[in-house]
Write a protein that binds this ligand. Structure first.
Ligand code: MG
Length: 379
């Protein structure tokens, strides 16, 4: 099967409520969709969100990278040469991880369709460390995701948390990083409101200094708030700061913005600058590089989370398939589709509250993407 045509379009979906972190506020998703058509008419889909504050990728830069570099690098190639296509895209343009992810996801979707299998089975077969049934967040073809509680006034965060728990979520990802002392107060109020059984993850999104992070996390520990982990306490620039925080506190530290590439993950793991790694396809440039990080994490027995940006069902579902395929991924932060006010797609994994169910549809499973596509490369 040959790559016949590559086209792009935009999907726009309003969010249920505005999404707020230490870095930004967003009220709708407007993502680029890639559609790759093979010469037998089969179609693969990929997606990329413009997350300029994290990846540096804007809508225009994603489009330009695909149109000018990535699509021409692979159009006309045989789908069986997946590794070679990935190598050519990597060589065609540096960085631009979101654009690469959109292409990579569409190619994996198409490749799994060529094999007539769901993507997670294809990814598990390619590894000696396929998902085990001990995998807490990911037993077989079912995952449990957390849901994000945006950073806001304490009262609002408490009411958002109570609503999420009422909706069935047992794991909350609480966004903080806007004032250390206030952050302790926020998390304390949420813990008091939701009770002891709800799992709380805290994400500072680089919002603290090293000193502030150590003081804040210790204060949460002293108050017995029962935090499962703290994500990205300090700036991604501050490797030694991250390492110092990890050494100074008992709560496990999860590296997010600090880990884009395999090399980032390797340094973090080997120098113990964090305890856990958050893999996001938009940082790694797609599944191909994410699998390398999984190999590394499994070798060092480091547990990983699979996360997403503000993405809808196409690329989030690629993350779902990855999580189901690899044993190192024990935590899922794949709440993008739950934050969307509507689901415009057909097919693919089913998102029901905190649960995500995979099925046996081939590829990622999504069969209909209602956007207008424009061709950017044709064989
Ligand atoms: Mg994060």
């Amino acid at each position: 099967m040959k790559i016949q045509e590559i086209a792009i379009g935009t999907i726009c979906i309003p969010l249920v409520t505005p999404f707020r972190t230490a870095l930004r506020t967003v009220d709708s998703i407007s993502d680029l969709i890639v559609k790759i058509t093979a010469d037998d008419g089969s179609v693969g889909f990929g997606e990329a969100p413009p997350t300029a504050v994290i990846t540096g990728d804007t809508k225009e830069s994603i489009e330009a990278a695909i149109r000018g570099y990535l699509a021409p690098a692979v159009v006309g190639m045989e789908l069986q040469d997946l590794d070679e296509m990935m190598r050519r895209m990597e060589k065609a343009i540096a960085k631009n991880t979101s654009a690469k992810a959109a292409m990579d996801i569409a190619l994996y979707d198409l490749y799994a369709k060529l094999l007539g299998k769901p993507l997670y089975r294809v990814l598990a077969e390619g590894s000696s460390n396929g998902a085990s049934t001990q995998n807490a967040s990911c037993t077989g073809a079912e995952l449990e995701t957390d849901i994000t509680i945006s950073v806001d006034e304490t009262e609002k965060m408490v009411s958002d948390s109570l609503r999420a728990v009422a909706d069935g979520f047992g794991i909350l990802k609480v966004k903080v990083g806007k004032g250390g002392e206030k952050d302790v107060e926020r998390v304390r109020a949420i813990r008091q409101a939701v009770g002891p059984d709800v799992i709380l993850r805290v994400d500072a999104n680089q919002g603290w200094t090293k000193e502030e992070a150590i003081a804040t996390i210790r204060a949460m520990e002293d108050a017995g708030l029962g935090i499962e982990l703290v994500e990205q306490p300090v700036s991604y620039h501050d490797f030694h700061g991250l390492q110092s925080v990890t050494m100074a506190v008992d709560t496990p530290i999860l590296a997010d913005e600090s880990v884009f590439s395999y090399e980032d993950a390797q340094r973090i793991i080997e120098e113990h600058a964090a305890d856990l790694i958050n893999i996001k396809l938009m940082k790694t440039g797609g599944i191909h590089q994410a699998l390398r990080i999984c190999d590394l994490a499994e070798r060092y027995q480091v547990k990983c989370m699979v996360g997403c940006m503000l993405e809808s069902k196409v690329s989030v579902s690629a993350g779902v398939h990855l999580a189901a395929a690899r044993s190192c991924i024990t935590m899922a932060d794949l709440d993008g589709p739950s934050l969307c006010a509507e689901d415009p797609y057909e097919g693919g994994p089913v998102y029901r509250g905190p649960k995500i169910f995979l099925n046996e549809e081939s590829g990622i499973g999504i069969t209909r993407v209602p956007v207008e596509f424009a061709c950017v490369a044709r064989a």
